[in-house]
Design a protein around this ligand. Structure first.
Ligand code: ZN
Length: 188
């Protein structure tokens, strides 16, 4: 699965509820988790890989990977905490975000089994971050406007730089190929 990044309109869409958790969700769940592992993330939501449905995967250290389908946040603590977050869709950007310290969430897993989970600390944070993705909200949308604008600017700059670097690398490969073609030509 390919991860969509900031600027892609899909990330701003509210995802649709999953109507029926059929067998195909076993496969989707597996692919979400594989992508999450490949990218070394701790959470990944459907909309980030172009699936506009209410599904996400999390994998927190010392726990098994978990799939949440059609989740509802049924309780949030009054107490909030500020903690640094990042997002696979906004690579290279990390900011402190304020969120409830603990939550209670109800969802279905990839086998269609309903569950209720109480989470605190990093688990609560990841679940709320992924839940936001289903609502078309990115963590930078939770920052004060000025800060958000600065972050977007920084992201655009790094992206332009990286694109230029990639272009130069591609150009170099092209030139080297050309040279070796010429060399080969002169050798024969
Ligand atoms: Zn994210």
């Amino acid at each position: 699965m390919q991860i969509l990044t900031l600027g892609n309109e899909n990330l701003k869409q509210k995802a649709l509820p999953v109507k029926k958790i059929g067998l195909e969700y076993l496969k989707i769940a597996e692919e979400l988790i594989n992508t999450l592992h490949a990218e070394e993330g701790i959470g990944l939501a459907g909309p980030q890989v172009g699936i506009s449905e209410r599904i996400f995967a999390i994998h927190i250290e010392e726990d098994e990977p978990r799939i949440f389908i059609n989740p509802s946040i049924i309780e949030t603590s009054q107490e909030t905490v500020s903690f640094e977050e990042g997002c696979l869709s906004i690579p290279g950007i990390y900011c402190d975000v304020i969120r409830p310290k603990s939550i209670k969430v109800q969802a279905w897993n990839e086998k269609g089994r309903s569950f209720v989970l109480e989470a605190t600390g990093i688990a609560a944070r990841v679940i709320l971050h992924e839940y936001d993705h289903l609502e078309g909200i990115l963590f930078i949308d939770r920052l004060p406007e000025q800060k958000r604008n600065r972050v977007i600017e920084k992201f655009e700059k790094t992206r332009t730089k990286e694109n230029k670097k990639a272009q130069r690398a591609a150009e170099k490969v092209r030139k080297e190929t050309l040279n070796s073609d010429i060399n080969q030509g002169s050798n024969t």
